[in-house]
Design a protein around this ligand. Sequence first.
Ligand code: ADP
Length: 715
Amino acid sequence: MVPLPEPFDYAVPEEMHVEPGMVVKAPLGPIERTGVVWTIGEEEEGKRDLKPIYMVYPSPPLTDAMRTFIEWSAKYTCVNPGSILRMVLRSPQALFPTKTQSVVLPNDGAELPSRLTSARQRVLDFVKHHPPMTQAELGREVGVSTSVVKGLVDLGALSTEERPVDLPYRRPDPDRTGFTLTEEQESAAGHLRRRVREAAFSVALIDGVTGSGKTEVYFEAIAEALRMDPDAQVLILLPEIALTQAIMKRFEDRFGARPTEWHSGLSDADRRRAWREVANGRARIVVGARSALFLPFPNLRLAIVDEEHDGSYKQEDGVVYHARNLCIARARFEKFAVILASATPALETLHNARVGRFDYLQLTARPGAARLPDVGLIDLRESTPDKGDWLSPTLTQALAETLASGEQSLLFLNRRGYAPLVICKACGDKLKSPGTESWLTEHRYTGRLVCHLTGYSMRRPDRCPKCGARDSLMGVGPGIERVAEEVRRKLPEAGIELLSSDTIQSGEELRALIGRMEQGEIDILIGTQMIAKGHNFPGLTLVGVVDADASLKGGDLRAGERTFQLLSQVAGRAGRAEKPGRALLQTYDPDAPLMQALAATDRDTFLACEEGMREVMGMPPFGRLAAMILSFPNDQEAASLAKQIGMSAPNAEGVEVWGPAPAPISVLRGRYRWRFLVRSELTVDLSAYMSAWKAELKLPAQARLQVDVDPYSFL
Ligand code: ADP
């Protein structure tokens, strides 16, 4: 596929049936390409010779609503519709039907063979009570050679049939019973069932503390959608990291069938199967990461965005989009209900719920015995860690007590590696990634220095690369590897594991580690923000936050909000089952409003404060924000191009353009980066403004320009 800005015209050969939305193959220049029929026009007399469409793929056409959604998303994110379509048609092989294979079935009417050996008898018995399978599979299952099976087929005692290799997924059953809901849960569930029955666009926020049963409540909405229409399709978006076997199992237990998975860890074959089953309307419950939003559901009736505040819903590469926001847009075109769920909703979402744009459902209590953890602040000025250590005596003692009572702890530090900064004791140089301003992190585990921004890495040198002094390099500050070293020294008998994107390379490994934690095989889990996501660890009763101050220093629009979300989520890990939990936060600034709000678990006071600030500044949700980022390989020219771009910014009422300013990461992979921030009133179509601006610009080929509507990352 080529991401074209607009559709091209083609001729339809006489014998071919073509409808809008069909996926076709057609020539583009000298090459055959895959595309989608957008509209069908009348034949115009004497019009230039159009090239013909070559073939129509045997795949269901994209619905009108889906095509409207694609057009709208392209406009909103300031890209060509072709760029969105490319995400929709990501599995070209899935456009063909699944292959078939020959399977063995009982042949009831047939006479039994005269020589019935015991091997033959075993095969005949087995086939009667098991689903059809190939001859080889059957032989393996029964423990006889394939020739025994083949012999029975040749004699006519068994029959065969061609069946698709990828069988349809099992149908979910909405009527299996879940838990008896509490009054509060039932009232939320009742509301959502009504919304689903309306079969119209609506958005509801379930705002409920961790463990309050948000998942159980939205299960009720899913069940209702399937009861109304057994062919209804339901999409559940989860942050990639939360797509664990445990959550799949929960769906399976509730609906009696495994949901369809969609995430980056799928094999090509599984991805094809999932895409095809979704497109054909046979995948009913789909649980996926953000890109599942672009799957071609013909009959989507309900979508759920779980952990809706999560930063990973924002895609930063290629098409820059926010899956929650686009999901709401899709619901508007396809007229279905959306449920957002979170224990710490985004400020924008909460605002929309408060002003009545979204339905607001609150769950305040944890069912049964589970209680919210007590959150305590450890003042590092009073309980000071020993020299070279990072854990205060108070936190160390809490870890020891938890271990002694056979319970689990989790230590959170949002810094990968061993030390976030490497400095030369001789010349004072801070080691940076070449061509950037970004520091190198020391990783002891691999013996390397790594840049987390560019991926650059080098073996840890013996000498300072700048002054050449020997053995002068020193790691400064804590990373999780260093904290693990300290815990091992202080509590040698504890079973410790690390969780960060360096220690865990695949979804498989992650799922295995989460499994070990769930089973209680790990005493102390030490991790980065990867551990903050919705896992349920029954034996976990202590959460320690090593550096609660660190994440506040980000300095962008959402730094405070994000820190609060992260910390309260980490704290919410503790005490999910019967045992009470506690969370201890190490800080040098216990009087800061953020820390006080955390200790009081007073989210609303904290958010009200942040909201007031945003209102004064006209920032989202009280205004719109977009960014334009230029990058260019040459320093001087980048600066002058940025100036030129700034001068061609169109004048428009209610729009302010700030910049050009060097982007916070001003040099990245040898490219110099400048940034504009654009703020507008809510009444302005800021995407249209950004596209108009971009369209006017004539830039050299090496220049790259990216528009980010509603930016999250300010790098
Ligand atoms: P959340 O999604 O809000 O974090 P969950 O739906 O995962 O909460 O519920 C947390 C735990 O409490 C789960 O183990 C769930 O099965 C259990 N639970 C939720 N509601 C009930 C209920 N009404 N009765 C018994 N257990 C419940």
